[in-house]
Write a protein that binds this ligand. Structure first.
Ligand SMILES: Nc1nc2c(ncn2[C@@H]2O[C@H](COP(=O)(O)OP(=O)(O)OP(=O)(O)O)[C@@H](O)[C@H]2O)c(=O)[nH]1
Ligand SMILES: [Mg+2]
Length: 547
């Protein structure tokens, strides 16, 4: 990819296959708070995209990370939306700049639909585990999504600078609870809370190198590294070293050594111990991503036929985001390029409507910053400006027609009616609802009884409502009133079933903005009762769920 901002990404080398080969596109996933945004920032720091990481770490007083740019994210120190970053990284001794496309995802389950969409657009995932907490529920769920989609996973055991569990115990938990064999590439020297460095594991678990790290003030800058041979490491670190070396041999005895094929098949996961906050192990992660994570490959279309990276241009839209730039209020549709070369200005076809779409404004983003993209290749994440017709799951292509499988929307479990506090704000309110709907922040449902002034929002989790309220105010200057509705369940229905459903207690029928008819039920007993009394009614479960 060539970007106009100096130093962002280097110019193209030799043709499409070389461009594809030097790209890595991955998501950072985990339970809330494991350190995804901090790690994202540490990666950007190592790639010298930023000169200093959020100086004072620790939620309260900490500067927000590059990827957490929304007001709500800064105020609470959590990510509520995924953020893409692109940067170059050259590994030691190489003369090729790798192009890294990274997507930091929100950990909170209320935003898991966003994370899920991101996972449809990447080639690998970095799964973070908190050294003290081990595998947490949301990490487990996201891992299942990776497994289902065949996405290889690299595991980072983070926060090793704080007291936590024993290194092998954490690995056992991974293999026992998710059936993934962890194969550490590095083991920590020093227990959790006394992180001195990393032991690099060689063939058959032999300790080949000790990488000693030195802390920098607040972890704001890259931690200096020293490479030490195993003998000197033992002399220097004593038991901390010998323990790590013994553990490495133990792991080999149980077959926990890296195997590229098994990693790509999703059976094993390379593991790195790290401290995102201190920038320990971050360079090792980047090197691992470049060395082991797959380059972009072909993707099956809706009929199962693969679109190869060397085919004519095609891309999938996986995210729509507005309000990134308060001055412009524009709307960006993020696409991941699947095949071919993209050139700004190119006219592509929008598969869902068959209409041409001119890509005059194409951007690469870095958190909130953006720069114009002139050329991009498979694996790249590119933002298209004001592409109003585009929604998550849509396909763009040139020449050879292709349509990629749609991204299923999650089954909502929380419902609330929303209206503007002041009737005079109705116009802005309407506009804001359409905007947030098209981004997929929530689903928007309407029916005649409630009218247009009070649509019903449907969400996977209640924090999505908070995002709506906050953005209504911040971006559209509309104060809103929200009334939570006593429904917990939605089923897809049809026009024939509507009359009978309207007669039932504890049920309300709506039209979702994509035209789908949804019946909402107060609880599953109500649903079961109606299904039993009226077997003729269409009541289909919505396919994807957050679980
Ligand atoms: N001690 C220590 N703290 C860390 C480390 N990494 C992150 N933290 C802290 O953990 C907290 C959460 O970090 P974030 O990076 O915001 O976590 P996240 O996974 O992005 O959280 P969500 O996006 O909300 O899911 C912050 O207070 C960080 O400073 C680490 O390696 N060591
Ligand atoms: Mg985050």
């Amino acid at each position: 990819m060539t970007a106009s901002t100096e130093g962002v990404v280097t110019p193209a080398p030799r043709g499409l296959p070389a461009e594809v080969a030097r790209r890595r596109t991955f998501a950072v996933i985990s339970h809330p708070d494991a350190g995804k945004s901090t790690l994202t920032e540490a990666l950007a720091l190592h790639a010298r995209m930023i000169s200093e990481a959020g100086a004072i770490h620790g939620k309260a007083g900490r500067k927000s990370t590059v990827s957490d740019w929304m007001e709500m994210e800064k105020a609470r120190g959590i990510s509520v939306s995924s953020t893409a970053l692109q940067f170059n990284y050259r590994t030691a001794g190489s003369d090729i700049d790798n192009v890294i496309n990274l997507v930091d995802t929100p950990g909170h389950s209320d935003f898991s639909e966003d994370t899920y969409r991101v996972l449809t657009a990447v080639d690998a995932a970095v799964m973070l585990i908190d050294a003290a907490k081990g595998l947490e529920p949301q990490t487990l769920k996201l891992f299942q999504v990776c497994r289902h989609r065949g996405i290889p996973v690299i595991t980072v055991i983070n926060k090793w600078d704080r007291p936590g569990r024993a290194p092998l115990e954490l690995l056992d938990e991974i293999s026992e609870r998710i059936g993934l064999t962890p194969t550490p590439l590095f083991l920590p020297v020093g227990i959790a809370g006394d992180f001195r460095g990393l032991l690099r594991r060689g063939p058959e678990g032999a300790a080949v190198e000790y990488i000693h790290f030195t802390r920098t003030a607040g972890g704001a800058t890259i931690a200096p590294e020293e490479s030490i041979d195993p003998e000197s490491a033992e002399a220097r670190e004593g038991e901390a070293w010998t323990t790590a070396a013994e553990e490495s041999e133990l792991l080999s005895a149980t077959g926990q050594d890296h195997d590229q094929e098994m990693f790509l098949a999703g059976q094993t996961s390379p593991v790195i111990y790290a401290s995102a906050m201190l920038n320990f192990g971050v360079r090792q992660l980047l090197e691992t991503l470049v060395a082991l994570a797959p380059a972009p490959g072909s993707r099956a279309d809706i009929g199962g036929t693969p679109r190869d990276t060397t085919d004519p241009f095609s891309a999938v839209v996986f995210k729509v985001q507005a309000g990134m730039d308060a001055a412009h209020r524009d709307r960006l549709a993020f696409m991941r390029i699947v095949s071919g070369e993209f050139e700004r200005g190119m006219v592509v076809t929008h598969a869902q409507t068959g209409r041409p779409f001119a890509t005059k404004y194409a951007l690469t983003v870095f958190g909130r910053e953006r720069s114009t993209v002139d050329t991009a290749y498979p694996g790249d994440v590119v933002g298209l400006v004001n592409a109003t017709a585009l929604a998550p799951g849509h396909t763009l292509f040139v020449d050879k027609k292709v349509e990629f499988p749609p991204i299923p929307s999650f089954a909502p479990e929380h419902f609330a009616a929303l209206r503007a506090q002041s009737a005079g704000k109705y116009k802005q309110f309407r506009k804001a609802i359409d905007q947030l709907d098209s981004e997929g922040v929530v689903q928007v449902l309407r029916n005649d009884a409630r009218g247009d002034a009070s649509p019903v929002l449907a969400a996977v989790g209640p924090m999505q409502f908070e995002v709506v309220t906050a953005r209504m105010l911040a971006e559209f200057n509309v104060e809103t009133h929200m009334e939570h509705l006593p429904y917990t369940l939605a089923r897809r229905t049809d026009a024939e079933s509507m009359a009978e459903l309207d007669r039932q207690r504890g049920v309300e029928v709506f039209t979702r903005s994509d035209g789908v008819l949804l019946a909402l039920f107060s609880d599953k007993w109500r649903l079961q009762y109606i299904e039993k009394e009226h077997p003729e009614l269409t009541l289909q479960p919505l396919v994807a769920t957050a679980d």
